[in-house]
Write a protein that binds this ligand. Structure first.
Ligand code: GAL
Length: 341
């Protein structure tokens, strides 16, 4: 897994490892601490230890190429976990969620909250962020969102006071607004500098398209520490999106600072990958439902489904569940996400 520092990869790794062990095999879980060299060393270790399959949540989808090529040469199957491994033939399978749908859910939340689908003309101010420039996923999340939001930029209904995106911004420019390593601190710094264009809060901020809960948290911190006169839960607080249904985001949603997150049930992802591992080890056929291009080959892929999560769920927007639904599913517990009394 790419890092232990983020909540989700711990959950992913643990569920995956435990499912493989429960099926009667041995499994070892390592974290690369967001470092390319560490991940390459982890992969090389697995090769030396005689792994039959290596599952990789890539820190850097391209930089991991040479390491997986060594695995391929050693006859080991390689599964790209959630993030596609790029620019190499040495990937056997890719399992993730429908990537563009994540961005569509986020954009639709903004569209519904601002009433754009009802013909509201604004103009509304929005800040737009993309994920890490070394992660192919980030481009697709943005693509899904931008295809829905760009027309509103073209008609002048949405504007970005920071000037970071304009109507002629294209999906191919996505790395211009990337948050390196998806890190909260990097997002906070970037948002602080964008807030300089908001005249101490006199210019309103209506929405923030954030592709990941850690980035959303950075944005919230920036707003709160910069002394903006905007208050969560009131009309002057922006609608902020996210992804991963992390505990801190669900908590923020309960508190009213973050509006939405996209919930990709990582238990389903990890369980699916464990199932594929067992099929490979038993010599059975692995069923896939799509292919994803990694610049070298079409990688056989499984693309899972996701939903939006807001405080109130379906009454907020379509394709949406509530924080309570996430708790009820056992994905987290009430006390990890409940707001202060
Ligand atoms: C992406 C992943 C997201 C989020 C992000 C930051 O690759 O698809 O769900 O976890 O990394 O970790």
């Amino acid at each position: 897994m790419p890092t232990e520092a983020e909540e989700r990869w711990n959950k992913d790794g643990t569920v995956l490892r435990d499912a493989i062990i429960a099926a009667g095999y041995e499994a070892e879980l390592t974290f690369a601490q967001d470092k390319i060299e560490q991940q390459n060393a982890d992969i090389e270790n697995a090769i030396v230890k005689g792994a039959k399959i290596i599952v990789i949540g890539a820190k850097d989808g391209s930089a991991v190429g040479p390491a997986v090529e060594k695995a391929r040469e050693a006859g080991i199957k390689v599964i790209a976990y959630d993030r596609l491994i790029m620019d190499t033939d040495a990937v056997d399978y890719y399992v993730t969620f429908q990537l563009e749908k994540v961005g569509e859910l986020e954009a639709n939340y903004v569209i519904e909250k601002l009433g754009l689908d009802k013909g509201e003309k604004g103009p509304f101010n929005i800040e737009v962020f993309t994920g890490s420039s070394d992660d192919n996923n980030a481009k697709f999340f943005f693509k899904g969102a931008w295809e829905l939001l760009q027309p509103y930029f073209a008609s002048g209904v949405l504007v970005s006071p920071s000037g970071k995106v304009t109507a002629d911004f294209t999906v191919d420019n996505w790395q211009d607004i990337s948050i390196d390593s998806w890190k909260m601190e990097n997002a906070q710094r970037e948002m602080e500098s964008r807030l300089a264009k908001y005249n101490g809060g006199e210019t309103p901020l209506h929405a923030v398209l954030s592709p990941y809960d850690g980035i959303s948290q950075g944005v919230i911190n920036a707003i709160e520490t910069s002394g903006m006169p905007w208050k969560a839960g009131t009309e002057n607080w922006p609608w902020i999106t996210g992804q991963d249904a992390t505990n801190y985001a669900l908590y923020n949603i309960n508190m009213g600072t973050q509006g939405e997150t996209v919930w990709k049930d990582t238990r389903v992802l990890a369980t699916k990958v464990a199932e594929i591992c067992v099929q490979i080890l038993k010599g059975e056929t692995v069923a896939t439902d799509a292919t994803m291009n990694n610049n070298n080959i079409e990688v056989p892929s499984v693309l899972l489904d996701s939903v939006s999560v807001t405080k109130n769920g379906a009454s907020d927007a379509k394709d949406t569940q509530s924080v309570q639904d996430v708790v009820d599913s056992g994905y987290t517990t009430e006390d990890q996400v409940k707001p202060y009394e």
